[in-house]
Design a protein around this ligand. Sequence first.
Ligand code: HEC
Length: 129
Amino acid sequence: MKLIGWGLFAALLATPAFAQNPRYQPDPEWRAPAEAQARENPLAARPELAAGGRKLFIRNCVECHGRDGAGMEKKHSADLQLSLVQQQSDGTLFWKITNGNAKCGMPSFSKLPELQRWQIVLYIRTLKP
Ligand code: HEC
């Protein structure tokens, strides 16, 4: 009994990326339609609004993605710093935040006002490994 406990403890310690998710693999079926991908961020010329996006991110997203956006292995949440996320268009990220991917645990944030969702996209662009 005790041995099993220590074994688990050791296994947890041996997991290097416990609080982030560098091995994140996106769901290949979760794809934004072409017109959504092509949408441009209406706030693109106002990068200073990323600060407000950060506040929204802390309020809505941190429980699963962590403060630095690196995701969490135990929640299978995306590491938003990864290039496989960063290389997606603003419109794609906006669409994913809006619609979520319920079957994989990413909620929809369509209730947040549109400009706030674009502000969050500005903030995601500031996340660096
Ligand atoms: C309840 C947990 C949870 C919350 C809260 C959450 N997410 Fe996620 N998010 C996930 C999971 C899980 C995935 C991976 C989904 C998948 O595997 O397809 C994900 C994926 C994503 C992706 C897509 C990454 C890719 O593969 O392209 C983006 C962008 C994202 N989240 C942004 C956000 C933002 C912004 C918020 C807050 C407004 C947020 N998430 C809140 C769990 C969460």
